[in-house]
Design a protein around this ligand. Structure first.
Ligand code: BV8
Length: 229
């Protein structure tokens, strides 16, 4: 049984038409991280943060999974169908739903999900809907304490225990389309490299590239299907 952990970042969704964070037209070139991607920024101006994520939600409605998302879904399907003696876990930093829409099921959204909101009073994570505002009452506890279900800087990513276990047990760790600058995700290759093969798929070497056994450069829609085939 081969155990593969795939870490994906914004680069895997780039060819679907979603912006990355740190490229020449990156999201963080137009907004300050401290204003948008921190609990302090949300506390200062919740409507501004809501506008940012509503902009991403609007964009998500017009894009589709690409060949890289679909190749990973095919690999998971081979495991379910028994044609591959392995198991695949996708740990994504992305908050889009393109892995799900490509057909993947074994996914951990470590930075949360764009199409959910989270109640800071009761912890419920109901689906987001168009007239959801920070003062909209939570459908579970009815308090007006909803926020984007997104992990911001300074907050602990979701499901870290499950991720650490998977990294400890994997035979192969693959990173696709991530710049390797945001922790703890950027540190996963170090944890895996003590016992597993490591591969990086990117357009350019990431910050942690020296830690990878193999580097495959090129657009993910070309390189990932060739690897999965
Ligand atoms: C935490 C929210 C404690 C969702 C995001 C000093 C040193 C080290 C660490 C720290 C430090 N000071 C503070 C920290 C911690 C901090 C951190 O890492 N800061 C960095 C900037 C120094 N991290 C945190 O605060 C995290 N929490 O540490 O808690 C803890 C941890 C564990 C256990 C207990 C306690 C929380 C981090 C989460 C922040 N939230 N976003 C959203 O709005 O989307 S971060 C944001 O960056 C996104 O989530 C994104 O996913 C993430 C990483 O970006 P990438 O996905 O890599 O995207 P990027 O644009 O950067 O790169 C794209 C890549 O794709 C490029 O390499 C490009 O070449 C490539 N590419 C482009 N096109 C293609 C392609 N590749 C292939 N094909 C293509 N077509």
């Amino acid at each position: 049984m081969q155990r593969i952990v795939v870490l994906t970042g914004a680069g895997i969704s780039q060819e679907s038409g979603l912006q990355t964070f740190r490229g020449e037209d990156g999201l963080w070139n137009h907004e300050r991280i401290s204003d948008i991607c921190t609990p302090e920024g949300f506390a200062r101006d919740p409507l501004r943060v809501d506008r940012f994520y509503n902009g991403l939600r609007a964009g998500l409605a017009h894009v589709h999974p690409n060949a890289a998302h679909k190749a990973l879904a095919r690999l998971e399907e081979c495991s379910s169908a028994g044609t591959w003696d392995g198991e695949l876990l996708i740990v994504t930093q992305n908050i889009d739903d393109l892995h799900e829409r490509a057909g993947s099921r074994n996914i951990i959204h470590m930075h949360g999900e764009l199409m959910r909101v989270r109640c800071t009073s009761c912890g419920a994570t109901p689906p987001w809907h168009a007239d959801c505002l920070p003062q909209t009452p939570c459908p579970t506890c009815h308090r007006p304490t909803l926020r984007p279900d997104v992990v911001w800087f300074g907050e602990i990513p979701y499901h870290m225990d499950r991720i650490e276990r998977a990294l400890h047990q994997c035979d192969l760790f693959v990173a696709i389309g991530t710049s390797g600058v945001v922790y703890p995700a950027a540190g996963f290759v170090q944890q895996a490299s003590t016992h597993a093969e490591t591969m990086e798929f990117n357009m350019e070497p990431s910050a942690g590239n020296a830690l990878f056994d193999q580097t495959i450069l090129g657009p993910a829609t070309k390189t990932v299907p060739l690897w999965v085939r």
